[in-house]
Each structure stands twice: as C-alpha cells, then as structure tokens.
Design a protein around this ligand. Sequence first.
Ligand SMILES: Cc1cc2nc3c(=O)[nH]c(=O)nc-3n(C[C@H](O)[C@H](O)[C@H](O)COP(=O)(O)OP(=O)(O)OC[C@H]3O[C@@H](n4cnc5c(N)ncnc54)[C@H](O)[C@@H]3O)c2cc1C
Length: 374
Amino acid sequence: MRYDVVVCGAGPAGATAARELARQGAKVLLCEKEKLPRYKACGGGLTGKVWSELEPGWEDAVEEGALRVVFYHREEAPVEVAFDRPVVKLVMRDRFDQMLVEQAAAAGAEVRDGCRVEGVVEEEREVRVHTGQGVLPARVIIGADGARSLVARQLPFRPSRALGVALEAELPVSPSVLEQYRHRLLLSYGSIAGGYGWVFPKADHLSVGIGSFGRQVKGLRALFQQFCHRLGLPASSPGYLRAAVIPSAASGEAILHTSRSLLVGDAAGLVDPFSGEGIYYALRSGRLAARAVVSFLEGKGDLGSYSESVQKELLSPLYHAGRIAKVVYSLTPVIHRLVRANPEVARRLVEVLLGSRTYPELWLYLKARYRIFR
Ligand SMILES: Cc1cc2nc3c(=O)[nH]c(=O)nc-3n(C[C@H](O)[C@H](O)[C@H](O)COP(=O)(O)OP(=O)(O)OC[C@H]3O[C@@H](n4cnc5c(N)ncnc54)[C@H](O)[C@@H]3O)c2cc1C
C-alpha cells in the first residue's frame, strides 16, 4: 500500500494536517506510537487565537474558562487582570487531541495507534517510512512527532528552535482549594530562571507546572515542590507528575521542508518563546502544511512554500515574543514592579494571547515607554 502522505504523530499538528489532507482527497495515514487516547503533559490552555482554528463542537472538551489572569513574582505580590469573558479555555489533552484524531478519521484518514515510526528514508520518487509494523512507502511524510522529533533528526531540515524543560502534575485538591482557582489562571515568574510556574484549573483538579525555556535548569523537582509549597498546594502525591521538553522558536530562518518532507508543530519548534503556547502553532502549521502538500501532490511546485508561509505568518511575530522574553526573564523583579505600577502592561500581554493584539504591537508599546526594552 502506498500512501500519498504519512503523518507521524497524532497530536494537534498531525491530526489537523491529516484531517485537512483527507478532506482534499489525499490518501493519508496518521501514525501514532502511543495507544490513543494518550496523556500529554500540558497546561491545556487554549487562548483566543485557537478557537477559530477549531471545528464546531470543540467546546464539549472544555473543562473551565478563565476570566482572570493573576501575575505573581516568586508566588507573591499578585497583580490580577480581569476580563468580562473567558480569555483562555482549559482542556485535558487526552480528550482534546482524541477529538481532533476522530475528526481526521471522519474525514477519511487512516489512523494507526501503537505504531512507532523508527526511521525515514527519503528517495527521489518516494519516502520510505520504517515502522514497528513494516515499511510504508509514501509520496510525502509530515513530521508531527513533537519536541523530540525523530523525523527532524533523520532528514536535513534546519528548524530554528531552542529546547527547554518543564515539570507538570495533575494535582488532586480539596473542593475549597479548587474553588479558589475557579476561572483564574496563576502565572508566577522569578522562581525559575528563564521561565515561570503556572496553576491552571480543570474540572476536578489543578494542572500545576514549572518550566524554563533554557536548558540549564537544575533541580526542577525541588523547584516544583517549592513552588507548590509557597502556594499552599499539596505537592507530595501528585497524579501524573511528568517532565517534558519544551521547544521554542529561536530567531533565524527556519527550513522546515525537504523535497518530500515537512515538519509541523513542536517538531518544527513552533512554540511561543515567551508564553510557551504551542497548540495554536501546531494547529496553524498543520493547516499550512496540508495546503502546501496538496499543491505539491497536484504537481504545482515544491514544498518550499510551506517554510515561507510559516516564516511569514508564525515565526516573524514570534521574533518579537523572543525579544520580550529576553528582557522579562532576565529582569523579573523590575518587570513585576513595572506591572504593578502599570497593570495595562499585563492587560496588553493577555490581549496578545487572546489574538486582539500582536507581539510587534506590544514590543512597540513597551519600547516607547521603558528603556529596558531596546
Ligand atoms: C508542561 C507543558 C505545558 C504546556 N502548556 C501549554 C498550554 O497550556 N497551552 C498551549 O498552547 N501549549 C502548551 N504547551 C505546548 C503544547 O503542549 C505543544 O506545543 C503541543 O502539544 C504541540 O503539538 P504537536 O502536535 O506538535 O505535538 P504533540 O502534542 O507532542 O504530539 C506529538 C505526537 O507524536 C507522537 N510521536 C512521537 N514520536 C513518534 C514516533 N516516532 N512515531 C509515531 N508517533 C510519535 C507522540 O506520542 C505524540 O502523540 C505545553 C507544553 C508542555 C511541555
């Protein structure tokens, strides 16, 4: 059996690419190494930008909506920004991702779980995808296999990404503690170098984590326990405590295609280097990849249009996110004083996440007012 496209990895990027390709009539295999649905360490925060990328019915997977975002410095001195409608909607990734996989299957993609891609060989006329279930020939492969992407390592791409680390737990808490966090996201910087800690409410527990965009952080578990302790959260018996790699977009031109392959989502390093948001970029790159592959299969040019559209639409604005991150994470006490004195800064930041403002606009706003942003 020869496929038009094998998509490696059934997260949001892969499932979206598979769905869009199948809708265009391509013969698609969506290949996932885990048994589905699978757990994924993630805050599960869907910002306003994501919502319009999703198919009707997606809100069935929403567990909670956040109306307030509270910024802390070292778990102290909160600054709350309140909105009259939810700014972030929260999901559990097993359920959310499964919904996307089912949409891909309904569109006609073949879904194989428990099927690990073990190697990829690109030849002139096809790609040979080696899996635990045999070798699959295809005209194109899409690497949607996340932060530790095998496809990215095996073929000559040049993603422009940095790798960081995170630790996250699904924390069972008492009803009164859960109530405290209802409709509220907590973000706290200053306790971990180059990143932040978070508490996101879910229907019956809290997703709590700490992460850094730099690779050098040591003693992540101790930092996590300290973070929980300072917030009065029980860190001793967390469910699903998982360490994970967080890629993030770095400056510089990214080459995300070869002659018969593309990288999408985390595999391509498409994560906001300031907030860590990655689901939007996964969904969006999945769509852009499908569009480029359809043209390629119809004989209308090569896959280079994909790298160009990702650079223009996704990576260029993230360049400014990286500039803001550099200042904020190196000067957290100064930044927190500034945010306390002018909560408009925090409000504008949340509006960027919502999609009603952009990072380039936020950069210009900060640069015009504060000398540290130069
Ligand atoms: C702790 C943490 C918290 C986060 N919180 C948020 C948040 O609140 N909001 C947000 O927007 N983003 C968040 N992110 C980022 C977000 O989780 C990712 O950007 C997003 O999951 C990327 O989607 P993806 O489809 O590219 O990759 P993934 O979701 O990682 O999916 C990749 C899939 O590929 C499969 N796979 C891997 N290797 C193979 C192989 N060899 N063969 C077959 N299958 C394979 C994996 O099992 C996995 O299912 C967070 C990340 C972390 C680590």
